[in-house]
Design a protein around this ligand. Structure first.
Ligand SMILES: C[S@@+](CC[C@H](N)C(=O)[O-])C[C@H]1O[C@@H](n2cnc3c(N)ncnc32)[C@H](O)[C@@H]1O
Length: 203
């Protein structure tokens, strides 16, 4: 198993974010956790930050941790529709030679997305448009690829205005997302320890 901390707040991540965010209107994040990792780095850019967290306890802690950042709105929300996510997990084979979070990943990830939320399908709500956005996908391991596929299904003209950052690229979360980007001919940059990757979708 990988032994990364859950929070992504390394100096390298901060430098990459600060470089990429310059031309963006806002940052949209899936997976706030408790707000003291990636979200804080986005918050400190001064750009608008929209972040979604499906676990109510994490959402409440994140709201406290982020309260001084007026440019940030944490939502208790699901990135995609719950029934879509559950079907995706039901049919997921979990047979790739990669990292999972549990010996029973299907039920583990189904539990992770189980809380009642304020709204579902947040990625479609916030990102299916032509706005210039930095989109950071960092939610449940088992649904990272589903989120990636959703973003890539948006109109090609919209994608030209999006920059994607993917966390956990040696993990079920995004190992296939990076492979798919490379297959499609996108240029993908990878962090020093092969933990996260970024890609401008304006090819
Ligand atoms: C790896 S943690 C995020 C870490 C955070 N980005 C950081 O750097 O501190 C993943 C979080 O995503 C939440 N989550 C899982 N699936 C989700 C979904 N479909 N939509 C929104 N949040 C989700 C989990 O409850 C968990 O808190």
């Amino acid at each position: 198993m990988l032994d990364y901390p859950i929070q992504l707040n390394t100096l390298e991540f901060k430098a990459v974010v600060n470089e990429l965010v310059v031309d963006c209107d806002e940052v949209v994040e899936t997976g706030t956790f408790q707000g003291n990792g990636s979200t804080k780095i986005f918050a400190e850019t001064g750009k608008y930050v929209i972040t979604m967290e499906c676990n109510f306890n994490n959402y409440q802690i994140a709201s406290q941790n982020l309260r001084q950042y007026q440019n940030v709105v944490p939502f208790h929300a699901l990135s995609l529709k719950r029934d879509y996510l559950l079907k995706f997990l039901l049919n997921e084979k979990f047979d790739l030679n990669t990292n999972y979070d549990s010996p029973y990943p299907k039920t583990f990830y189904m539990r992770e997305i189980g809380d009642n939320v304020l709204f579902e399908n947040g990625l479609n709500l916030f990102c299916n448009n032509d706005r210039k956005q930095l989109i950071f996908l960092d939610s449940a391991g088992g649904v990272g690829y589903a989120e990636f596929l959703q973003v890539m299904s948006f109109n090609q003209e919209f994608l030209k205005n999006k920059i994607l950052i993917l966390d956990d690229i040696q993990h079920i979360k995004h190992i296939r997302s990076v492979a798919t980007l490379l297959e499609k001919g996108y240029e993908v940059s990878v962090s020093q320890e092969n933990r996260f990757a970024w890609c401008r979708l304006n090819k």
